[in-house]
Design a protein. Structure first.
Length: 276
């Protein structure tokens, strides 16, 4: 089964990308991306069609649900909003790997009924993956088990956001300090619930620290591949300057242990600057 790697965005001022078709360029570096922009508004179908046109059919988008569904209404009375969102992202076709349900830190184990009802009513032709941030899901085994049961009924995945490397020592830059303020500090999870596990990993400004921190994840992914699972791993750093290279480096590290792993595409050369 293939390994998919990507970043939290498909464009960055520090990345070697052309002035146009940045997504097409990004898709020559990585084979997956987190679609975070959809959290703020449902995109138009024409915008989504342009995303599809710039990526191959086997590219993976993990598309975040709008905040009106997850944070404002907290999954209650959102059937019309959900169906409008799913209709909008329909042009992605097979590229729509999973609908990402990122829940606020206030969404507690006592709210699991809302998640269960939402997943029960959600259209079955889509795959769903849930990210929780309330500490009880990580510190209380009963809360974790209850969440896993809810997810299992819908064949949905639990997306862990691994911030262990980030919080291993105090921040040494403004970007790390900002990440310390915003990212969740929760226990690391290594359990896959489905054949398509998704992990979000954030390191530090230091490439060496980031790489050292993902050693466990490389081993985990190698094991998942041997079990026939097809994981998607997203690599973050506090400022994401090195995220694009780190994603490819992670894939190469796994490939060294799994020689049959399909290679990533060859990056498109960025166009040289012009005077006109």
């Amino acid at each position: 089964m293939p390994l998919y790697v990507g970043c939290a965005q498909w464009t960055h001022a520090a990345w070697p990308q052309p002035s146009r078709d940045k997504l097409r360029s990004y898709a020559s570096w990585c084979n997956a991306v987190e679609s975070n922009t959809t959290f703020y508004a449902t995109p138009s179908a024409s915008t989504v069609a342009s995303w599809a046109a710039q990526t191959p059919p086997d590219f993976r988008f993990v598309v975040k649900l709008p905040q009106v569904i997850t944070h404002e209404r907290r999954l209650n009375n959102v059937d019309a909003d959900l169906r409008a969102f799913l209709a909008a992202i329909e042009p992605l076709g097979p590229r729509n790997h999973a609908v990402w349900i990122q829940l606020p830190a206030a969404f507690a184990p006592t709210d699991l009924g809302a998640l269960a009802a939402f997943l029960h009513q959600a259209p079955r032709e889509h795959r769903y993956a849930v990210e929780v941030r309330h500490r009880d899901f990580f510190d209380d085994p009963r809360a974790a088990a209850n969440l896993e049961r809810v997810l299992a009924r819908a064949n949905a995945e639990w997306i862990p956001f691994d911030t262990g490397t980030l919080f291993a020592r105090r921040p040494t830059s403004l970007a790390e300090r900002d990440a310390w303020m915003k990212k969740p500090r929760v226990a690391r999870r290594t359990r896959a619930l489905t054949g398509h596990p998704i992990v979000r990993y954030i390191g530090r400004d230091s490439v060496d620290e980031t790489v050292a921190g993902w050693a466990y994840l490389v081993e985990l992914v190698v094991g998942w591949l041997s079990e026939g699972r097809s994981p998607t791993i997203f690599l973050h750093t506090p400022d994401n300057v090195e995220a694009l290279n780190l994603a490819r480096r992670f894939h190469a590290t796994v490939a060294a242990a799994v020689p049959t792993l399909a290679p990533l595409p060859e990056p498109i050369e960025s166009e040289p600057p012009t005077l006109f």
